[in-house]
Write a protein that binds this ligand. Structure first.
Ligand code: GAL
Ligand code: ZN
Length: 659
């Protein structure tokens, strides 16, 4: 069966008489999969052990009669009121020591043993009930794990789990004291039981404690998911397991979270959440999130929630312009989604998300959004079978590390320095040049890429240094940047030499001084032209490296801003500052030119080209993110299989090219 498009559906919000009408409209629209039940615990188990799956069985059955399969969510983001009444200790505690109450969702502590027992009982019952249902093809664990858990949880259960995690990691309290540097401010611990979770204090916590807390928190959520995966895998032999990620959401290491899933899914909201005015996220930000999600397993993925109307809870975003919903959905397919499920089928008439719109109106009558998406599905779905599973085959990779991100969240240096934003600056220059990019983590093989960009490699290990050195010696081109090799993995500053430590030889530089620019920016000369850079300047002394850009101001005017060192068959670049968009564009141009990296083609500004590559064909998507008509000039061998050469506002075209 072909599973390409779907919707998130809440039959329990609508009268039973409506379900048939919905199923019919879904079928006519071309949907083949529906996700349900991820928040319906109280409906499925109204009181302890009193299981009520009849309504859901019926909904699944009706949908199946109309040709649709079902994905079920485990409803563990919404423990029902009766559970909380019996065991209020399940409620999470924030860093100010306040218990967060029932009444929203995610009102749970993920380490709490009583809650785990409820989950074990319920998920087992649900899995048993659906294991042989031929219309249930898979499971989503919980929903957007980590969402709403930002500041949580500091309850006594989480505290003792954290202490256990630390005891496991450090073996002895003396070892922890030494590695964290608890000699500072008299923080030496006698036993693990004294160690706090980072609750509010008169001032800042030890950065080593904070980094371990972030690691622990990520591990806890990964383990929370694994607890459910184990139950379902044991019972349901033929159904897949996935989870819906949130792009660059920073609380959980998605490389860990994705590891034991069959594939990952992602929730894509182009206008963002409440505080984002239209147009919300830029096209390249959307592209970056999708490329990142593909990178989590280096596999194609599902979109489990794709925006299908104006979004908002109390405050609303703008209405997607005609064509935009279809464009955004096609963009996800272009970047590697094999299935796109729209959130949501119809906006609810009650509850917190009344104004988070769906494909239909509140009235249940199909309108502009339904027609637009139906039309897109009819054109794109048949093509999707041809490139299912196909990746872009990028020649450039950007290294993404959660630990680096966390370390900069703890100590951003500059008030506006943000790891994920900096990574995206490099991405944008490649995106604008129509060059496909992979995001990889540090465990991935670097050697298949002509160019690897690794911004802000702040925390460093000998192993990682060796990996970088090997890559370059074998002929790779590596870009490292400011604040590389500053700290060890305990989040403690290195002291055994000048920055960038063990990578100094590879890069051919030493850094003995630096300057946090704060409100200033800096002039940089590159290839005879003047540019600006911001946030930070490393004051670099080349040992063997060649200078390719220099600062033009302040007491370090004339010293290098960008250098290149040769090692073996490759080259290692160092960027000592955060280049502005113009400098970044020119620097990336230089890098891709000398690395022999080709772009996908030429397109007018605002038109994105994306590739999916099978063994025999390239499928090139042209996506018009502007509200004007755009004229494409496809290469002679590009055979147009969708759309027109003249792209409508927010229009889509697909070309097939023989390899
Ligand atoms: C997502 C979430 C959905 C829904 C949507 C709109 O983050 O997974 O359940 O809440 O946002 O707020
Ligand atoms: Zn807790």
């Amino acid at each position: 069966m072909k599973i390409r498009f779907g919707a998130d559906y809440y039959p329990e919000h609508w009268p039973r008489e409506r379900w048939e009408t919905d199923a019919k409209l879904m079928e006519e629209m071309g949907l083949d999969v529906i996700r349900m039940a991820e928040f319906s615990w109280s409906k499925m188990e109204p009181s302890l052990g009193n299981y009520n799956f009849g309504w859901l069985d019926e909904a699944i059955e009706i949908l199946a009669r109309h040709g649709m399969k079902t994905v079920l969510g485990t409803p563990t983001a919404t423990p029902p009121a009766w559970i909380i009444e019996q065991s209020p200790e399940i409620l999470p505690v924030d860093s100010k020591g306040r218990t967060r109450g029932f009444g929203g969702r995610h009102h749970d502590c993920q380490s709490n043993p009583v809650y785990r027992a409820h989950i074990h009982r319920f998920v087992t019952a649900m899995a048993q009930h659906y294991k042989d249902n031929p219309n249930v093809i898979g499971w989503q664990i919980d929903n957007e794990l980590g969402n709403s858990h930002n500041d949580l949880c500091h309850c006594s259960s989480c505290r003792s789990h954290f202490q256990e995690w630390l005891a496991n990691k450090y073996g002895s309290i003396d070892n922890l004291n030494a590695r964290w540097g608890t000699a500072f401010w008299s923080q030496t611990y006698d036993k693990f039981e004294q160690i706090p979770t980072p609750m509010i204090t008169p001032n800042s916590h030890n950065p080593s404690l904070l980094l371990d807390w972030k690691r622990f928190h990520s591990d806890l959520i990964v383990e929370f998911q694994q607890f459910q995966i184990d139950i379902i895998r044991d019972i349901c032999k033929d159904q897949f397991i996935t989870h819906n990620l949130m792009g660059f959401f920073g609380l959980i290491d998605y490389f860990d979270l994705g590891k034991n899933l069959d594939f990952v899914s992602h929730d894509q909201y182009a206008t963002g959440y409440f505080d984002n005015p239209q147009p919300g996220k830029s096209p390249q930000r959307l592209g970056a999130e999708l490329d990142f999600v593909r990178g989590v397993k280096q596999q194609t993925f599902w979109i489990m929630e794709q925006q299908s109307g104006p979004t908002g809870w109390e405050i609303l975003g703008r209405t997607p312009r005609p064509g935009q919903l279809a464009l955004w959905a096609a963009q996800t397919v272009a970047h590697g989604a094999d299935t796109v499920v729209f959130f949501r089928w119809r906006p609810c008439s009650f509850g917190t998300e009344e104004y988070w719109h769906g494909i239909l109106h509140h009235s249940g009558v199909p309108g502009r959004r339904y027609d637009e998406l139906k039309n897109m599905i009819s054109q794109l779905a048949p093509l999707m079978d041809e490139f299912k599973g196909a990746l872009p085959e990028s020649e450039v990779a950007i290294l993404y590390s959660y630990e680096q991100n966390w370390a900069f969240e703890i100590q951003p240096h500059h008030p506006k320095l943000n790891y994920t934003h900096q990574v995206q600056k490099y991405y944008k220059a490649l995106y604008d040049a129509q060059i496909p990019v992979d995001f990889i983590n540090h465990k991935e093989d670097l050697s298949k890429y002509k160019l690897v960009i690794a911004p802000l490699q702040f925390l460093m290990t000998r192993k990682m240094e060796d990996k970088f050195k090997d890559y370059v010696k074998q002929g790779g081109r590596l870009v490292l940047t400011m604040r590389t090799g500053v700290k060890n993995m305990d989040n403690v500053c290195m002291t055994d030499g000048h920055l960038p430590g063990g990578l100094g030889d590879l890069l051919g530089i030493e850094i003995k001084d630096y300057d946090c620019l704060r409100a200033m920016d800096m002039g940089v000369e590159f290839e005879g032209k003047a540019y600006r850079s911001e946030k930070w300047c490393d004051i670099v002394s080349p040992t063997t490296a060649r200078t390719i850009a220099s600062y033009t101001e302040d007491f370090y005017a004339g010293t290098p801003a960008i250098t290149v060192g040769k090692a073996g068959k490759g080259e290692a670049y160092y960027v000592g500052t955060e280049p502005d968009d113009n400098l970044m564009r020119e620097f990336i141009k230089l890098l891709t030119r000398i690395s022999g990296i080709s772009s996908l083609g030429k397109a007018p500004e605002g038109v994105e080209l994306v590739r999916r590559r099978t063994s025999t064909f390239d499928y090139i998507f042209a996506l018009n993110h502007t509200e004007e008509i755009q004229e494409l000039e496809p290469a002679a061998d590009w055979q147009q299989v969708l759309g027109e050469k003249e792209l409508a506002p927010y229009g889509i075209a697909v070309f097939k090219v023989k390899r």
